[in-house]
Design a protein around this ligand. Structure first.
Ligand code: SF4
Length: 225
């Protein structure tokens, strides 16, 4: 018997320019999935509303916006909190020639495994507990990296005034593959106060990794969505 189609909770679908990480500046359609359990201190995507989308309806919506884009960004909230929906939607998007760019908090490695074949690029966060003011997820991040490193992957860490060096060292020690690009992203709300700290942290990471860049959230600076 065919599996019953699962619908998704989607907060927004829009077209814009990628503002974070190593693909900054490329045109994308964004699917912002609703919901995230984590509650990071610096979260700027606290979503209040969503609409229910079937996989077919979402495909139709993104297809209207897709002319000339590089890829489809599946973001949130946390997309990997809706794996059952994405198991229907991502194959459909791939059949229609979309390149899939997944933005994730890097915790649900089991969910990632189930979707991996449909994903092209993974923008993975490592959540430093002194930044998020939440518990640590070192074991989950380690497993996630093991699964994600099969794909085109980069890692992002948000740096705040409260971020501790020991967290940064621990996070870098998880990155066994030295070629994985690492982005240090300053907390937008503290942007002007983080210059020195970012430079120091970059040098510290450069002792272990080949590519470490400091990139702020360009969408906030340039007024992109
Ligand atoms: S993981 Fe992302 S969406 Fe979830 S609370 Fe943290 S910053 Fe917000």
């Amino acid at each position: 018997m065919p599996k019953k189609i699962v619908n998704g909770k989607v907060a927004e679908v829009f077209r814009s320019i990628q503002g974070e990480g190593i693909y900054v500046g490329i045109p994308q359609v964004f699917v912002r999935m609703y919901g995230c359990q984590l509650g990071c201190s610096f979260c700027d995507t606290l979503l209040e509303k969503y609409d229910i989308f079937s996989p077919q309806r979402l495909l139709k919506e993104i297809s209207f916006l897709a002319n000339g884009i590089d890829s489809l960004a599946i973001t949130g909230g946390e997309p990997l909190e809706q794996v059952e929906f994405l198991k229907f939607f991502l194959p459909l998007a791939k059949e229609n020639n979309f390149k899939i760019y997944l933005e994730t908090n890097g915790i649900n490695y089991k969910g990632l495994k189930e979707l991996l074949e449909f994903i092209d690029i993974i923008a993975m966060d490592i959540k430093l507990p002194s930044s998020t003011q939440r518990k640590a997820f070192w074991r989950e991040h380690q497993r996630f990296l093991e699964v994600a490193s099969e794909k085109n992957l980069f890692v992002k860490m948000v740096i705040c005034l409260a971020t501790e060096e020991q967290d940064l060292r621990k996070a870098v020690s998880l990155l066994k593959e030295k070629k994985i690009p690492l982005i240090l992203q300053p907390n937008t709300f503290e942007l002007n106060k983080l210059g020195e700290k970012l430079e120091k942290f970059q040098m510290l990471c450069k002792d272990y990794l080949e590519e470490v860049r400091i990139i702020p959230q360009m969408q906030r600076l340039l007024g992109w969505r």
